[in-house]
Design a protein around this ligand. Structure first.
Ligand SMILES: *Cc1c(COP(=O)(O)O)cnc(C)c1O
Length: 418
């Protein structure tokens, strides 16, 4: 109580007012300044005070920089954007409410009716759906091309192509795009090259260094690192980020201060976490390769990866997202997934906890049967994002689950058959 009173006095003295009614105090009583706080403070405010009408006018008219309203200016969000700008070797960054909100911003800002986009096939299912279904309604066409087929990329480009959009590596099959080659193709066609860097994080790949115009992240994955928030961010040159910021001001699809604060702290440990994720993933992958019921394993650190040269050229580390095909198709893959105790059944990636999904029936369920076949999303495919638990514990859990996957007539199947 005493502390509280001292604060009240200090605050009212600061405002040059000797006494205030309780109702006024309830509104105006300040809180301690956090300027000397060692950890970053969080700016949970919607609006900001201007010292004068002139200052308000100057800020609104862009004469002076400063906060206006948290839909498009917030110190916590800016803190995160500045960190990310630096990590991606960019000039500027802009944060959004989610990864998909970032994709929406890309299209709304840079595309118009009649434009054409080339997407890498096998990218995040919702991204493909957004471009084909929703932007298709507004006369924007999209062609999907296999990441490693350079002839197909050249053939897909036309004079209406404004954007090339890739994930590298892709999820769940870990194919990579040759970013500097694609950047040349984009430049010759006056199209923007956008790279979704979610799977690697800026620790393991900096696409702007390889000629990308924009780099995009779903921030709830490795940047958060503990699966607490949903968000998105785009980084690049100032002249391409500013139009996105203008769009954000009008659309309101902004990141909130709390999420940005979580992410800024998440970035503190990103380098350490990514190294440990990779170390664990390499051990799990080596073990999976030795299992007789595992037909194939996919990872970017596999010595037999067909694009190993491209990977060595542009990645500085690897994603702990790996996939494997279980002998026995979907039934076996599901038995394996259902038998797991430690590894969670969860469609997310980039968490301290290891997680598995069955892509064909979840993340890629909106792909047709032919597309699944074409892109290699087979029925027995299981995607695993290796977390930070002790690798021997992850391996032990996978071991008993794979054994269970090969027991063909489990009690449940016998019951459901009869
Ligand atoms: C999760 C994810 C997205 C979508 O981002 P949200 O934040 O969930 O909207 C896009 N691309 C990739 C590669 C993702 O993993």
């Amino acid at each position: 109580m005493a502390d509280c009173y001292a604060l009240l006095i200090a605050d009212s003295m600061m405002k040059g007012i000797k006494s205030m009614e309780q109702s006024t105090r309830a509104i105006h009583m300040g809180f301690p300044s956090l300027d000397d706080s060692h950890a970053a403070a969080i700016a949970m405010t919607s609006a900001y005070d201007f010292t004068s009408a002139q200052e308000a006018s100057d800020r609104f008219n862009g004469v002076t920089e400063g906060n206006i309203y948290s839909r498009f200016t917030n110190p916590s969000v800016e803190h995160f954007e500045r960190k990310l700008t630096s990590l991606e070797n960019a000039e500027a960054a802009v944060a959004f409410a989610s990864g998909m909100a970032a994709y929406l911003a890309l299209a709304m800002t840079f595309l118009k009716q009649g434009d054409h986009v080339v997407l890498a096939s096998g990218i995040f299912g919702t991204t493909t759906h957004l471009f084909r279904q929703y932007f298709g309604q507004f006369g924007i066409t999209a062609t999907c091309v296999d990441l490693d087929d350079q002839h197909a990329w050249q053939a897909a480009m036309c004079d209406r192509t404004r954007m090339i959009l890739v994930e590298s590596p892709t999820n769940p099959l870990l194919k990579v795009a040759d970013l500097s080659w694609l950047s040349g193709l984009a430049k010759r066609n006056h199209a923007l090259l956008v790279v979704d860097n979610t799977l690697l994080s800026p620790v393991n790949q900096r696409p702007l260094n390889h000629g990308a115009d924009l780099v995009l992240h779903s921030t709830g994955k490795f940047m958060d690192g503990q699966g607490r928030t949903v968000g998105g961010v785009i980084a690049g040159r100032k002249d391409v980020i500013q139009p996105l910021k203008n769009y954000l001001r009008s659309s309101g699809t902004c990141m909130n201060a709390f999420t940005a604060w979580v992410l800024s702290h998440g970035l503190d440990t990103l380098t350490a976490r990514m190294a440990m994720h990779e170390q664990n993933a390499r051990k799990v992958e080596a073990w999976l390769r030795q299992q007789s019921c595992v037909k194939q394993v996919f990872s970017t650190f596999s010595p037999v990866h067909p694009q190993a040269e491209v990977i060595a050229k542009q990645q500085t580390g690897h994603s702990p997202v790996i996939s494997f095909i279980v002998e026995g198709g979907q039934a076996a893959a599901w038995r394996c997934i259902d038998a797991l105790n430690l590894v969670a059944r969860c469609t997310n990636i980039g968490d301290t906890k290891s997680m598995v999904t069955h892509p064909a029936s979840t993340t890629h369920c909106r792909y047709s049967q032919e597309e699944k076949l074409q892109y290699g999303i087979s029925d027995g495919l299981v995607r695993l994002c290796v977390g930070l638990e002790a690798s021997q514990d992850i391996i032990q859990d996978l071991g008993q689950a794979l054994a269970a996957s090969q027991v063909k007539h489990s009690l449940r199947e016998v019951v459901s058959l009869s």
